[in-house]
Design a protein around this ligand. Structure first.
Ligand SMILES: C[S@@+](CC[C@H](N)C(=O)[O-])C[C@H]1O[C@@H](n2cnc3c(N)ncnc32)[C@H](O)[C@@H]1O
Length: 209
């Protein structure tokens, strides 16, 4: 069934990128260091498919290609951020699979060894949406897959880009994913926005049991 919130989400994020471009947005990070630290902690295998959900214009795609990940999907509900990534990567963009979809509507055509989500899960404030996300994970992951998720921390912002957010301690975030996942690493980040505001994040690396 089509998730009816998806169209509204696409328009919202299109407007957000139209105003801020790729670098004047609160979540901009020139270096995906925390993502990579968590991916390393989880021991993600570059030979297995990897996906960054809600990838936007994140530099993580560049880093994964540079590290030899052979099958990298970047997914976003709005194409705007992905378009920045394609432009930045030039000819290397052909090595990425770009999917424009609400993650809650997505039917993956392969199983992933790495699932990465920075600052997307925390927008799922409805329990039914989080259930849908977890069902998708169950269908999309290889046994032993690594899930890296970064959300606003328990003392993080209550909203982002005009949308309410859920906030998580490491324990609360691990509980969201449940007993099917083992926590292999956790970390707190004090992300600095381009205008120097601090946004605390909770990071987890999980392994599917
Ligand atoms: C806060 S930004 C983070 C972007 C990127 N992960 C990063 O760290 O730079 C959230 C991104 O998720 C996308 N997004 C939000 N809700 C989504 C959903 N339900 N499905 C897919 N993408 C979504 C937005 O378009 C936006 O690019």
């Amino acid at each position: 069934m089509q998730n009816t919130a998806g169209t509204g989400r696409a328009a919202h994020w299109h407007d957000t990128y139209s105003r801020g471009g790729d670098t004047r947005v609160s979540w901009f990070s020139a270096d995906p260091a925390y993502s990579l630290e968590m991916i390393d902690a989880g021991g993600a295998d570059p030979a297995l498919p990897a996906v960054d959900v809600g990838a936007g214009a994140s530099r993580l795609a560049d880093a994964l290609l540079a590290r030899g990940f052979v099958d990298v999907t970047v997914l976003d509900v709005a194409d705007d951020g992905l378009a920045h990534t394609r432009a930045r990567l030039g000819a290397d963009a052909a090595r990425l699979r770009c999917v424009v979809s609400d993650v809650l509507d997505w039917a993956p055509d392969r199983r992933f060894g790495l699932w990465h989500d920075r600052a997307v899960f925390h927008f799922l404030t409805e329990p039914a949406d989080r259930r849908r996300y977890r069902d998708l994970l169950a269908a999309a992951l290889d046994p032993g897959a690594v899930v890296v998720v970064g959300t606003f921390a328990a003392d993080g912002p209550e909203s982002c880009s005009g949308l309410p957010t859920a906030r998580y301690s490491a324990a609360a975030l691990a509980a969201e994913f449940g007993a099917g996942f083992e926590v292999v690493a956790q970390r707190r980040e004090e992300h600095r926005t381009p205008w120097d505001a601090v946004q605390p994040f909770t990071w987890l690396a999980l392994r599917a049991r």
